[in-house]
Design a protein around this ligand. Structure first.
Ligand code: SF4
Length: 200
């Protein structure tokens, strides 16, 4: 069966250390001040701040990246087809074909706000699931950098892959972000409150 690459992010294990975001920057060189992997805070109004009043406070983190959607609206609006899907499901943005500042249509239709404009190079950029690493048989930089084992990457069609095993351990307690947009993301998250059945 053809591979279909995807990711599982365990919200219960993420401690908001931003190692994934740093590894992504080192590997993929996003424009200054931008990131292809954002560790968002779900809690207070500002990054790394909780909701509520002490001692009743709540905070967790949500690493967010391109969702490599199966029904990706960005593909349909890209005039030169700089955005395309590989047979393995990875949605790639080919900067050599991108129209850049004169277009930006992809940014208007992506529900996740993950496409960045590189003003210095005049092109749009986003997470390409580290195709340079995947094609060499490696995992993504963010998954490799996560020492707390909160990010799993691999072939969703292979039940023995790390990502499939992590999703299986979640016992069906997974969800995608903004499911109401119907884009069928390949990035899955643990439902908050889930506990890994391996006790990890
Ligand atoms: Fe396209 Fe946005 Fe989906 Fe990524 S998250 S595939 S950029 S619509």
């Amino acid at each position: 069966m053809t591979a279909r690459y995807g990711m599982f992010i365990d919200r219960e294990r993420c401690i908001g250390c931003h190692a994934c975001a740093v590894a992504c920057k080192t590997e993929n060189h996003p424009p200054a001040g931008k990131s292809f992997m954002n560790v968002k805070t779900v809690g207070g109004a500002h990054r790394d701040t909780p909701a509520g009043t002490y001692p009743n406070v709540q905070m967790r983190w949500e690493p967010t990246l391109c969702m490599h959607c199966e029904d990706a609206p960005c593909l349909a609006v890209c005039p030169p087809h700089a955005l395309y899907r590989r047979p393995d499901g990875i949605v790639v943005l080919n900067e050599d074909e991108c129209l850049g500042a004169g277009c930006k249509r992809c940014t208007y239709v992506c529900p996740y706000g993950v496409i960045e404009f590189n003003a210095a190079e005049g092109v749009m950029q986003k997470c390409n699931f580290c195709t340079q690493r995947v094609d060499a048989g490696r995992s993504t930089a963010c998954a490799d950098a996560c020492v707390y084992e909160a990010i799993f990457f691999g072939d969703l069609n292979d039940p023995a892959s790390e990502v499939s095993r992590a999703i299986a351990r979640a016992g069906g307690q997974t969800e995608v972000l903004k499911a109401d947009h119907g884009t069928r993301p390949a990035v899955f998250y643990s439902v908050s409150g889930h506990e890994d059945s391996d006790g990890r």
